[in-house]
Design a protein around this ligand. Structure first.
Ligand code: BDR
Ligand code: CA
Length: 314
């Protein structure tokens, strides 16, 4: 039986690859996507999500638009030159068939989870504003959530600041609510995503698959590599992380990451460290472990999964 998932996305280039993996993998059933302010304004994230579903021939996948700003902070602009990695609009044609569904993403999340058999995994790969808002508005959804698989966080080094990863940094209050919600949490932070890079050679292979998803992924990853090489080089040039897709792949094959079950909290008050995921590897806090936190990833397995799944058509 495929695992049912909802992706909560701020669709830029890596969210787009994550959406295609979730939509095309036979091991997942993508119930729908909710969009949130993040890589770009929420209406652009929505437009990008519709472009992706249209391009791969799945225009009927439900898309609901969500929160346009963080829970408790003013709208923040990225410190990173993200436009070089994402841009506002993806390099795909505007949708001809895919349509935004009526109803706010938070209400759709609540209604869908309450009506479910408790078998829908939430996969937020943007700031956690929608998920935190849904939990606050209707706490009864919690008992219906089997697991939340988050792309976010950083232990060794951040990307928005020295301390913080972008998805957590943009809305730390929301992230704190979600990681402490009491349900099983798997976090795929930069520590893992930076260990599973996709290269220019891989892009050539993706394009050669001859599928819409392979072509789009090649385009997006090439843009990412250009941006990373120019602004935040990885340990080897000509390769970039595709963070959000690794989170989705970890649901299909958990062996693609290596996790530690530890207490994790989010810094919301620090002057220099706001948005940091505070990882208590040595259990100094006395708090129970609440997060399966990934510190490593298997790059060959990840790349092979992308090739296999993105070689498929709808
Ligand atoms: C995360 O931030 C966004 O820019 C990416 O889409 C990813 O979800 C990586 O820090
Ligand atoms: Ca994202």
């Amino acid at each position: 039986m495929p695992t049912k998932v909802i992706l909560d996305v701020d669709t830029g280039t890596d969210d787009a690859v994550a959406l295609m993996v979730a939509a095309l993998s036979p091991d997942l059933e993508l119930i729908g996507a909710t969009t949130v302010n993040g890589n770009t304004a929420v209406h652009n994230c929505t437009e990008n999500t519709l472009r992706v579903f249209d391009w791969i021939g799945l225009p009927l996948t439900p898309v609901h638009q969500g929160m346009s700003r963080p829970l408790a902070r003013p709208q923040m602009t990225q410190l990173n030159p993200a436009s070089r990695i994402h841009g506002d609009l993806l390099d795909l044609p505007p949708p001809t068939s895919a349509r935004l569904q009526p109803g706010h993403a938070v209400d759709w999340l609540i209604d869908t989870l309450l009506a479910s058999d408790g078998d829908v995994t939430l996969v937020p790969v943007g700031p956690l504003t929608n998920i935190a808002t849904a939990i606050q508005k209707e706490p009864a959804i919690l008992e219906k959530i089997p697991e939340i698989v988050i792309m976010g966080g950083a232990h060794d080094h951040g990307n928005s600041t020295a301390s913080a990863e972008f998805n957590i940094w943009l809305d730390p209050e929301a992230a704190r609510i979600v990681v402490n919600c009491g349900r099983p949490i798997r976090m795929i932070p930069l520590d893992a995503t930076h260990r599973a890079l996709v290269s220019l050679d891989d892009c050539r292979t993706l394009r050669a698959l001859g599928t819409p998803a392979g072509e789009a992924a090649a385009r997006f990853v090439e843009k990412r590599i250009d941006g990373y090489d120019a602004t935040q080089p990885m340990h080897r040039a000509g390769a970039a992380p595709v963070h959000d897709a690794l989170a989705v792949c970890s649901i299909i094959d958990p062996s693609v990451i290596r996790t530690h079950l530890i207490p994790v909290d989010v810094e919301t008050g620090g002057e220099l460290s706001v948005g940091r995921t505070v990882c208590d590897f040595r259990f100094r806090s006395g708090r129970p472990a609440n997060v399966h936190f990934a510190m490593d990833a298997d790059e060959p397995t990840f790349v092979a999964m992308l090739m296999e799944i993105l070689g498929r058509t709808a």
